[in-house]
Design a binder for this molecule. Structure first.
Ligand code: NAD
Length: 443
């Protein structure tokens, strides 16, 4: 089948590459010429495990092309996937300008039937807005062209995106036209063989499903962080509590890890956008507000511990920082806890020696050259000349470090662990001070 994907970011590239991998003829269109040049030159603009191999294979087979040419993009696919960004507006609502720009671009060019499939995370009612925008342009053109608008939210996780797309837990399709449901069922058939994963519903419910999923996951994290903070006050160990509650199948072990806050391009913006949507319809979504508040406070938790340990005297101190990405296996630093921490340390006059296995280039792009940030080539190099170690991202390579080397390298033998990677008893027995999240030591 012929497929066009608008937006060559995390979602668009994975969608395009995976649909090409099963034999479809895919054109990926992006307005960023730098990105498209890089892709056409054999590069990949993001770090996503397995994506480079998939892109290379399908480009070579002629099933995957990259372009900035909107005419080509609209002429190509029966399916016109929209996978552009929906960043938060100043008031927290999702900014739909990129989605609507794509919709208008399609409307200005279509000459025969197209299915506009929205993969971007968008507020309930956006499909109606998109349909209205296309109809208005068609009316201006005095063109009577048939089209459908479908909501097909994406649930992939950065870092495991290919696996998630190839073997989805569910494929949500929101449509008001049974014919489009069947066309999408055919497109997704290669990913839907083991059992039927297509969950079909009306468009508004599909749009809300994506927000509901992210808000639920964010709620689990903020709940555990709230409990972790309480555990510190009470002298309890949240990791023991986590195992204790996770054993109840109604709760489960998944996604109940306490830490230094959630980040990324989805949870923060989607919780805010849903809360904003609720407000717009006159409903005060108290729980969503609290989830967001707890998270914002949690992102400062490590800084507060560091400040407490050094009794507020951070000027001129240097901190080794392990992990910059908002989570492992991605180079994405959007809304990352590392950024809140670094910016607070800098404001207090401290310097940072940072290491991340894949997000170094992104950190350089975000912060440029500055005297109080040194991007180091290894975790060990980050320790050199540092006063203390702070861990922000739970990369596997940080899980079993050389504690003797850490102790010998730091002027103060102390680790602040935002992801509870180590056994406090063991680390302390090695002669290091150790402060984690919710493990009894209140600072
Ligand atoms: P991204 O920022 O990585 O990529 C968006 C791309 O769209 C950029 O390359 C940008 O240049 C391009 N773009 C902007 N306007 C365009 C236009 N008019 N035509 C063509 N391309 C255009 O974004 P992302 O992380 O891939 O997210 C895209 C959407 O998917 C968002 O709504 C997001 O909430 C949602 N989503 C993201 C994830 C994730 O893990 N990143 C998961 C599920 C859903």
């Amino acid at each position: 089948m012929k497929v066009t994907v608008f937006g060559s970011g995390y979602v668009g590239l994975v969608t395009g590459a995976c649909l090409a991998e099963v034999g479809n003829d895919v054109v990926c269109m992006d307005i960023d010429p730098g990105k498209i040049d890089l892709l056409n030159g054999g590069g990949v603009p993001i770090h996503e495990p397995g994506l480079d191999v998939l892109i290379k294979r399908n480009r070579a087979a002629g099933r995957l092309r990259f372009t900035t040419d909107l005419d080509l993009a609209v002429a190509h696919g029966l399916f016109q996937f929209v996978a552009v960004g929906t960043p938060p507006d100043e008031d927290g609502s999702a900014d739909l300008q990129y989605v609507l720009a794509v919709a208008r671009g399609i409307a200005e060019r279509i000459t025969d039937y197209r299915i506009v499939v929205n993969k971007s995370t968008v507020p309930v009612g956006t499909a109606d807005t998109v349909r209205g925008a296309i109809q208005a342009v068609l009316a201006g053109r005095q063109a009577a062209v048939e089209f459908d608008v479908v909501s097909n939210p994406e649930f992939l996780k950065e870092g495991a995106a290919i696996e998630d797309f190839m073997k989805p837990d569910r494929i949500v399709v929101g449509t008001d036209n049974p014919r489009t449901t069947e066309l999408l069922r055919a497109l997704y058939a290669p990913f839907n063989r083991n059992h039927d994963r297509l969950v079909c519903m009306d468009i508004r419910s599909a749009e809300l499903t994506k927000y509901a999923a992210n808000a639920m996951l964010a709620t689990k994290i903020s709940f555990m962080n709230e409990l972790a903070n309480l555990a510190e006050c009470l002298g309890a160990d949240i990791e023991k509590v986590r195992v204790g509650i996770g054993s109840d199948p109604r709760i489960g072990y998944h996604f109940i890890y306490p830490g230094c806050g959630y980040g990324g391009s989805c949870f923060p913006k989607d919780v805010k956008a849903l809360e904003r949507t609720a407000r717009d319809v006159g409903y005060a979504a108290q729980l969503l507000r609290a989830v967001e508040d707890v998270n914002e406070r949690q992102k400062l938790k490590l800084y507060e511990k560091v400040e407490g340990y050094f009794k507020g005297d951070l000027g001129g101190k240097t901190f080794a920082l392990w992990g910059l990405a908002f989570k492992p296996n991605t180079d994405d630093m959007r809304e990352a806890s590392s950024r809140v921490l670094m910016e607070a340390l800098w404001a207090a006059g401290a310097g940072v020696r940072a290491f991340d296995p894949v997000a170094m280039a992104e950190a350089g792009r975000l912060y440029g050259e500055r005297a109080d940030l040194v991007l180091c080539e290894s975790p060990e190099a980050a320790l050199r000349g540092a006063d203390a170690l702070i861990i922000v991202t739970e990369w596997n390579m940080f899980r079993s470090p050389d504690f003797d080397l850490i102790k010998a390298s730091l002027s103060h033998p102390v680790i602040f662990d935002g992801r509870n990677l180590y056994d406090p008893v063991r680390v302390k027995a090695l002669g290091l001070d150790y402060y984690a999240i919710g493990r009894g030591d209140s600072l």
